[in-house]
Design a protein around this ligand. Structure first.
Ligand SMILES: [Zn+2]
Ligand SMILES: [Zn+2]
Ligand SMILES: [Zn+2]
Ligand SMILES: [Zn+2]
Ligand SMILES: [Zn+2]
Ligand SMILES: [Zn+2]
Ligand SMILES: [Zn+2]
Length: 1762
């Protein structure tokens, strides 16, 4: 390729240029010229194309170097007028930095905001500033930055308090207002001005340049080459995969290169994918365009001349340079700002800054990012120019937004996103409103982009195309800008601000008018609707505007004049909307109970109705403000109150509320039966849900209710109620003269009756709310925080709640605050969480009396839950269960007349009617909830009267007299009963038992009011005391009554208990046999371990190994199959019983995570290295099955899985293909079964040989086996140098083949478990013939024992008796399986293993490559050698007992382990010398002697140790885990019960443990007692070449005891982790930020997860960084912390994973997965320990299984890509 050649050539050509180039000369020349601009352009034209873009592969390092030398250096020299290294330093010295921190955030960096002091949520601090600020002690919020934006430290407008951190605290002596230019010489200023003008102009020219093949004037290169780039641009349409695929085709690159191209395009916005002559590049372009144009618009590709690309590259460099240079001095920064904003030749908006902004949407991502950053570090950091820039930004606002609508890039890379930096500064926002009319501009721009209107000019979203929907989403960012502008309310108003704000309000009302009544619905009776109604867009608009509407009201609330004007404007707008209000709607007259009113005929169920009424609602909000600010009383003459028409005000809100009631009543569902109607109904249901939902209700439902209150307060209550009845379409029922006999008349349609019942309930509820909702300040006389207190109280009446639940249930303001913290402690107490769950707030008991069952924000479900909870509470406290209404605060004067609704004739008529229906309940024309509401209303009325009486000083004040009205009989028809009479009548009605307490309460209150009235009638104190006396007696009576009830309850309980126990006795008698049986079963299934807990004969010392080992109590072992429930005895010749088991690879105990994984095909697992780097763990849930039952079950699972895959292509939580299944009983993940075997019987104890004798015999046996095995091998491989035939001892028959004691099913299961362990442990395909199968089984047994031993130590539990049954059963079956598995393998093979194992202890010349003892884990050796001995012993008929051999082997290995420990023990610690008792002398001396022997053998590699105490301590602590492991092993192998001392954590364990293991407690006696026999062995061990090598650092030296592994230490403060992760860069893509930094909790590695860049290939599949890491670090299992998400990730294999709660909690005891709430998080040690325990006990995979079973969506996630 030509390119390579030119690559080499060019630098050399440049070299000569470079050698002749003098920075100083160039700069000097420039200093003399008059036209610097021309001169510099000439220079750039000459050099830039020679430095940049010379080949296909850019070479950033050398390019940067050359650019620095040839281009930047002369500019700097010119700037300083001297050598820049001194000039710039001087500048820096003289600089007085501003108080702004201005740290620009990286992606993922933590940011902090103070909930108490920040002006708005966009005000943030960087970590460093935060830690030095006062806000650290406040309630703060922590988030991770999305990149961009900067630290607001030092900005006094951003913080209400503490704007400076310690570092940025201004020095008081400085005068902040000083002009930064004052320190600079005029010369310098002029030069700086010149050079900045030229460079910035150049950069703007190049970045906005859109010609592909030519350059701006003055930049044409002197010699033009013929090289081009094919440039690929980013778009938001095509996916990564599409781009990668296309590139591979178009430019013929590898997938890896394509991925790299695609990544760069995504990051920088463009990337050259081909370099060459024009035709070559054009070809690639056409392929790309053709390939991507099929479904969508094609990828953007340009063929650009290399010189154009070169200049663009340098232009970016130049902007970087400017940013760098102004960092030296604030003065330079100011000059740059000045240059940038200087008006250009084209007049207004033609400065360089304007040019850049206006071309923003045409530039590629990388260019935008660079100049945005320069803006941030220059214009936004200089307070004077920030203002000027903001003005330019506002002037261009409309144009910029329009460009943004057309552009397809995300908002973060659009210049419009800078609005947040400008508009959130309060003084700036106000300046822009007054001077640039910004509020109006924003709203206008917004309205202009929503074009679709209906005939009435309202928005219409119905036929929105995808394109329009996309635009609609983009246009919403304007609302965000509006929010910024309004977020801080003015404290002072100027006339100009008033004028512009009201102008903005006018525009806003225009917008709201387009929404008033939009998206109307009509109930469908017929069949056809053309299309699914589109409602989301309208609702989105409403939701987005919610805060704006609230904020506008808050602005109005700060100025009376503005409020009055706004109220007028809003009223005008509303009148305008409903000018045609009565058009076509016929007037009618309603009359009832002697009152009549004129209204119109309108049915919600027949005509159009809309849920969107923002104009009405804004007016309602302003109306409340009139009352709250007392404007209504102080300036009534300025208000258009006389123009108000209350019926007009309430009409539309009322319709909306009726619509909700009708939907609840099912009226919008029943009539049509078409599917479409169902859709309409569910869509409506959703809208109504949002209408009441906490996100919307403040500006929807709440305001509708307020509007009804406002309207009703201005109307005759009777008229109001009649209109309500009429709109609810219930007027005909209640107005009828025969109304009280409803059940007689109306019997037609059951559905209709039902509907009317529901509507009546809803209507009664509405009346309650209109009269009772007084907690908004301005409506009732309440404090600001009473409303929120009441919200919280009612939430907690449902149940105790976590902090986040409460936050979700409360409306948030524009600052995302609920105000909850101020009041929560008044109503609730906090209860801390345990290891699981979260902290909860509980209602304070004294607050329960404020509970209102008909709280307006309860949903029906909430209501019934709260009712149940409160009744239960009352019962528990021994109170009656009435839930009367709470006492309410009085209304403000403007709303005061609302109480009259409670005593008006129409209401009493309605109450009477419902009560009458309840008296005669036969026909179902009433409902209990209807009655309950009526009772509640009566209660409200009574309380109102009581309150007024109690608070009045003058008797005549109380005009409210409900008691009087309720005692009057009904008016028409005559002789109907009064409300009071009806209540008395209902008091004892049997069908109303639930309401008994409530009715009693009502009647008592009536009586109380009567006495109050009587008392106030007569002023004598006698009556007062008399009434108190009455009260007291009433109180006493009440108490007595309660006592009687409690007594009755007790008796009833006792009776029930007696009955129950009688029944039980009866049952047991009848099922006696069954009972007996199940008790036995219980005994049997807790089987093998429990029955050995206590010694058979308590006197004999227990020993678990050796000829003197204790015999377990003989007992049949009977277990029950969980599948067929049949019992089965465990016998060698019986049916096989199996335990469900899970085998997994493990690195939990690894002491060496750097060891590379073994090659599974060649790895020899016979010896485990003491670093335990890879092990095989076996666990079990302990559930037992017949082998045939299990097989049948597994086959069924397989078949089901096959069908499922064909049908659904879904995955399960387990991989059947890999032998996985779920335990049929507990659903625990399993992948094999272990057969249960009977325990071995002890052999007869005849005289047994000593160590010397045994060594001799076994040596002979081994020789015999060697020669026998050699015969078995093919002749060719037999070595010729065979020694003479070795005669076997007579009692040892090498060719004797013992009979296999096991039944066929057991044999089969032996093979099953063996090959499963082999397959999983080595990660190979199953092969029943592989000789390594038994080794893997022994190894798994040893590893599992070791891990359980560690776990017991870590959990501080005794060695025996604390393990759950399932682990006991698992260990027993593993050990017994191990001792039997040789029967399923080839006997000579197993014997061969035995020989090689033994050769590590007793040197055997015929065994090659025995490991040195430092490379052998002794417990593994012990377990393997003991378990493999069975194969040798089967051929011995000498009467030698297995027990004796086991003991010899055990002693030998123990000695070897002691030697191992002494060899690896470190040098003694000087200060540890201790007085030791007489008893320990022997041990210490022995240790010294052995150690010195070792030193003579090994030499100087061992340090000199004088202290026997130290050595003995090393041996004792070092060997303990091994001894404990051995005890576990022999205990489970032989079933010998353990001594009771080992069931507890008491002192003296050492002696007991040694005794149990048949060891002397002075272990060194093992050696010194047999010194002459052992010394040759010792010699052999120590002279092994591996010893020297390892001791001198040539291998992994493990010292004992091995410490348990822990998960890594985590910092207490979560933000420390975020900070750590934010500086983490992807290791593969050269310094890029990682999107999902993830921390391995096992080893502490940080990984770049869930990203293309770090995918690697593992076993032929692409996997993410986490999955790849698990294979190296955790043998396939991984525990990670996803730092950005604050989420723990468990992974197992490639397909399994789940998320787990992180160990970080906020102060409310809650986790924050996804970091959404941003409360400070701290490490919870308990929870972290819990995760660690899961890991240590190998339960991660099991945990994943359970999580996936519980949540099927977890199964579908592509875990391997994480
Ligand atoms: Zn900062
Ligand atoms: Zn600071
Ligand atoms: Zn603060
Ligand atoms: Zn069975
Ligand atoms: Zn189970
Ligand atoms: Zn790791
Ligand atoms: Zn990466």
């Amino acid at each position: 390729m030509a390119a390579a050649e030119s690559d080499r050539e060019v630098p050399s050509a440049l070299c000569t240029e470079f050698l002749n180039f003098s920075v100083k000369d160039t700069a000097s020349k420039w200093l003399q010229v008059t036209d610097l601009y021309k001169e510099v352009y000439h220079h750039l034209a000459r050099y830039v194309p020679k430095i940049y873009c010379l080949g296909p592969n850019l070479n950033p390092q050398s390019e940067d170097l050359l650019a620095q030398m040839l281009l930047q250096a002369p500019l700097e020299w010119y700037l300083c007028g001297e050598d820049p290294s001194t000039g710039l330093a001087k500048l820096e010295q003289n600089n007085q930095p501003s108080q702004l921190c201005g740290h620009v955030f990286k992606v993922g960096e933590p940011t902090y905001s103070c909930r108490e002091c920040a002006a708005d949520p966009t005000c943030v601090l960087c970590m460093q500033c935060f830690l030095g600020s006062v806000h650290k002690e406040h309630r703060y919020r922590m988030t991770t930055s999305g990149g961009g934006g900067f630290c607001d430290c030092g900005d006094t407008e951003a913080w209400k308090k503490g704007p400076y951190c310690q570092k940025h605290e201004p020095n008081i002596s400085d005068s902040c207002q000083e002009d930064p230019l004052a320190h600079l010489s005029t010369d310098m200023i002029a030069r700086c001005y010149n050079v900045f003008s030229v460079v910035l102009k150049y950069a703007v020219d190049m970045l906005t340049w859109d010609k592909e093949d030519e350059l701006p004037p003055g930049l044409e290169p002197p010699d033009r080459s013929d090289t081009y780039y094919c440039m690929l641009f980013n778009d938001e349409v095509h996916t990564y995969e599409q781009v990668i695929y296309t590139l591979q085709k178009a430019v013929n690159c590898t997938q890896k290169e394509a991925v790299s191209f695609a990544t760069t395009v995504d990051r920088d916005g463009r990337k050259s994918v081909r370099f060459g002559d024009f035709a070559f590049c054009e070809l690639a372009k056409s392929v790309i365009v053709r390939n991507t144009s099929r479904q969508s618009k094609p990828l953007r590709v340009q063929v650009m001349h290399s010189s154009v690309v070169a200049h663009q590259c340098f232009a970016l460099k130049a902007l970087h340079w400017l940013g760098h240079v102004i960092g030296y001095s604030d003065a330079l920064r100011r000059i740059l700002c000045q240059v940038g904003l200087e008006r250009g030749p084209e007049g207004e908006n033609s400065s360089l800054v304007d040019t850049l902004m206006l071309c923003d949407s045409k530039m590629w991502k990388g260019a935008r990012n660079v100049y945005h950053q320069l803006f941030m570090s220059s214009l936004l950091m200089d307070l004077k120019y920030k203002k000027l820039f903001a003005i330019q930004f506002a002037k261009n606002y409309r144009r910029l937004q329009t460009d943004f609508m057309e552009d397809d890039h995300e908002r973060v890379v659009s210049v419009t996103s800078l609005s947040v930096q400008l508009f959130t500064v309060p003084t700036m926002a106000r300046m822009l409103i007054t001077e640039e009319n910004l509020m109006t501009t924003i709203i206008r721009t917004f309205v202009d982009h929503l074009r679709h209107r209906d005939l009435q000019g309202r928005f219409q979203f119905e036929r929105y195309t995808a394109q329009q929907a996309f635009k609609f989403r983009r246009v919403q960012s304007l609302i965000g800008d509006l929010k910024y502008v309004l977020i801080s309310r003015p404290t002072e108003w100027s006339d100009q601000l008033r004028e512009k704000f009201l102008e903005g309000l006018d525009t806003f009302l225009e917008l709201l008018k387009c929404m008033q009544g939009m998206d109307p619905v009509v109930r469908q009776v017929g069949q056809h609707i053309e299309m699914e109604p589109e409602w989301e867009a309208a609702f989105t608009l409403q939701m987005k505007l919610t805060h704006i509407i609230s904020m506008i009201q808050e602005w109005c609330a700060t100025d009376e004049r503005v409020l009055i004007e706004a109220y007028k404007k809003c009223l005008t707008a509303l009148t305008h909307c409903h000018s045609g209000f009565a058009d076509g709607e016929q007037p009618i007259t309603l009359s009832m109970c002697g009152h009549s009113v004129d209204t119109i005929r309108y049915c919600v169920s027949q005509e159009k109705v809309s849920i969107h009424l923002p104009v009405s609602r804004l007016l309602a909000g302003l109306h409340v403000l009139l009352s709250k600010m007392e404007v209504a009383y102080r300036f009534p003459e300025q208000l258009p109150l006389s123009e108000l028409s209350p019926p007009m005000l309430i009409e539309h809100p009322l319709r909306c509320l009726v619509l909700c009631a009708q939907v609840h009543a099912g009226m919008w569902r029943r009539n049509g039966f078409s599917l479409v109607n169902q859709v309409v109904h569910s869509v409506l249901w959703l809208q109504i849900y949002y209408y009441h939902n906490v996100k919307c209700r403040v500006e929807m439902f709440d305001k509708d209710l307020i509007m009804l209150q406002a309207g009703a307060s201005m109307m005759d209550p009777n008229h109001f109620l009649m209109i309500v009845l009429s709109r609810f379409e219930l007027y005909h029922i209640f107005s009828s003269a025969e109304c009280r006999k409803r059940y007689n008349r109306e019997n037609a349609n059951k559905d209709v009756v039902q509907q009317n019942n529901t509507l009546t309930e809803e209507m009664l509820h509405l009346i309650m709310m209109v009269v009772g909702e007084r907690f908004e300040s301005g409506i009732g006389q309440v404090e600001g925080c009473d409303e929120i207190k009441r919200e919280i109280l009612h939430q907690l009446c449902i149940r105790p709640m976590a902090h986040s639940e409460l936050v979700k249930a409360l409306p948030e303001n524009e600052n995302k605050e609920t105000g909850m913290e101020r009041v929560i402690d008044c109503v609730a107490s906090f209860k801390k969480p345990g290891v699981t769950g979260r902290g909860l707030y509980e209602l304070r008991p004294e607050c329960a009396k404020q509970f209102n069952l008909y709280f307006h924000h309860y949903s029906r479900a909430d209501q019934s839950k709260a009712e149940e909870a409160q009744r239960k509470l009352k019962r528990q406290n021994g109170e009656d269960t009435a839930l009367p209404p709470p006492v309410l605060p009085p209304f403000c004067p403007l709303f005061a007349s609302l109480v009259n609704i409670l005593q008006c004739d129409v209401l009493l008529g309605m109450l009477g009617a419902v009560l009458q229906w309840a008296v005669e309940p036969s026909a179902g024309h009433w409902s209990e909830s209807m009655l309950q509401r009526v009772l509640h209303l009566i209660g409200m009325a009574l309380l109102e009267e009581q309150q007024q009486l109690e608070n009045s000083s003058e008797d005549n004040d109380v005009y409210f007299n409900f008691t009087l009205k309720m005692s009057r009989p009904g008016e028409a028809p005559s002789n109907t009963a009064s409300v009071l009479a009806l209540l008395e009548n209902l008091q004892n009605a049997p069908h109303l038992e639930v309401h008994e307490d409530m009715i009693r309460w009502l009647l008592k209150t009536v009586a109380g009011i009567k006495t109050l009235r009587e008392r106030s009638a007569s002023t004598s104190t006698v009556t007062a005391s008399g009434s108190r006396g009455q009260e007291e007696t009433a109180c006493d009576k009440d108490k007595a009554e309660r006592k009687r009830k409690a007594e009755m309850a007790r008796l009833r309980r006792e009776k029930v208990m007696a009955q129950m126990s009688e029944m039980q006795r009866h049952f047991i008698n009848e099922n006696k046999e069954l009972f007996q049986q199940s008790l036995e079963e219980l005994d049997a299934s807790t089987s093998t371990s429990l029955d050995h807990r206590y010694p058979a004969s308590p006197d004999a010392a227990l020993a678990c190994v050796g000829p003197r080992r204790s015999r377990p109590r003989e007992k049949r072992q009977v277990v029950t199959c969980i599948l067929c429930q049949e019992e089965q005895e465990i016998r060698a010749d019986g049916k096989a019983m199996v335990l469900a088991a899970f085998v997994q690879r493990s690195t939990v105990m690894s002491k060496n995570r750097t060891r590379p994984p073994h090659d599974p095909k060649r790895y020899d697992p016979l010896f485990m290295h003491p670093d335990l780097s890879f092990g095989t763990h076996t666990g079990s849930c302990g559930h037992i099955m017949h082998s045939h039952c299990w097989q049948r079950y597994f086959e069924a699972v397989q078949a089901k899985e096959q069908r499922r895959q064909q049908r659904l292509r879904v995955h399960t939580s387990y991989d059947v293909g890999n032998g996985e299944f779920l335990c049929p009983l507990c659903e625990c993940l399993s992948n094999t079964v272990i057969p249960l075997l009977p325990r071995t019987m002890g052999s007869s104890s005849c005289e047994q040989p000593g160590l010397g004798q045994w060594l001799k015999t076994s040596g002979q046996q081994i020789k015999a086996m060697h020669s026998a095995h050699r015969k078995l091998q093919p002749v060719s491989t037999v070595e010729e140098t065979v020694e003479e035939e070795c005669p076997a001892p007579e009692v040892f028959t090498v060719d004797y083949i013992p009979t296999n004691p096991y039944s066929s099913t057991i044999k089969e299961m032996l093979t099953t478990f063996g090959s499963a362990t082999y397959k999983v442990g080595l990660k190979v395909h199953p092969n029943e013939q592989d000789p390594r199968i038994p080794i893997m089984c022994w190894s798994s047994c040893a590893y599992t024992i070791q891990s359980i031993e560690r776990l017991l130590v870590d959990e501080k539990k005794p060695l025996f008796g604390s393990l759950p049954c399932r682990q006991d059963d698992c260990l027993s079956s593993l050990a017994r399986f191990g001792s039997a598995c040789w029967t399923a393998a080839c006997q000579p093979t197993v014997q061969g293993h035995f020989i090689r194992l033994l050769a590590a202890l007793i040197p055997d010349p015929q065994v090659e490559a025995s490991p040195c003892i430092l490379d052998v884990d002794m417990l593994h050796l012990l377990v393997s050698v003991v378990l493999s001995y069975g194969s040798v012993h089967s051929q011995d008929s000498s009467g030698l007992s297995v027990d004796a051999v086991q003991l010899h082997l055990f002693h030998l290995i123990t000695v070897a382990h002691m030697v191992q420990i002494l060899l690896t023990s470190g040098p003694e610690e000087v200060t540890m010398e201790q007085e030791s008792g007489e008893a320990e002398r022997g041990e210490e001396e022995g240790a010294c002697r052995l150690y010195n022997t070792l030193r003579t053998l090994v030499g100087s590699s061992l340090p000199e140790v004088g202290s026997g105490w130290h050595l003995w301590r090393c041996v004792k602590t070092g060997i303990l885990p091994y001894l404990r492991g051995a005890a576990l092993f022999f205990h489970h192998l032989h079933g010998v019960p353990a001594p009771p001392e080992l069931h507890a954590l008491c002192p003296g364990q050492w002696e007991v443990l040694c005794g149990y293991l048949s060891l002397p407690s002075n272990l060194l006696q093992l050696f010194h007692g047999q010194q002459e026999l052992l010394e040759p062995l010792l010699h052999g061990w120590c002279t092994h070449p591996g010893i020297q090598q390892t001791l001198q650092g040539g291998g992994v030296l493990v010292s004992f005891p091995r410490e348990s592994n822990s998960l890594i230490d985590l910092p207490d403060d979560y933000s420390a982790l975020i900070n750590q992760a934010s500086s983490f860069t992807c290791p593969k893509s050269g310094g890029d930020k990682s999107r999902a930094p993830t921390l391995c909790l096992v080893c502490g590695s940080m990984l770049c997860s869930q990203s293309y860049c770090c995918q690697t290939e593992l076993e032929g599949e692409d996997v993410g960084a986490c999955t790849a890491h698990t294979f190296a670090c955790g043998a396939g299992v991984g525990i990670f912390l996803r730092v950005r998400e604050s989420q723990v990730l468990f992974l197992a294999g490639k397909t399994k994973g789940c998320f787990y709660a992180p160990p970080y909690l906020d102060d409310y005891g809650e986790t924050d997965q996804g970091l959404r709430r941003g409360n400070p998080l701290h490490l919870c040690h308990e929870r972290y320990r819990k995760i660690q325990k899961l890991w240590r006990q190998h339960s991660i995979t099991e945990e994943i299984g359970h999580a996936q079973e519980a949540n099927q969506t977890l199964v579908g996630i592509d875990w391997q890509h994480l």
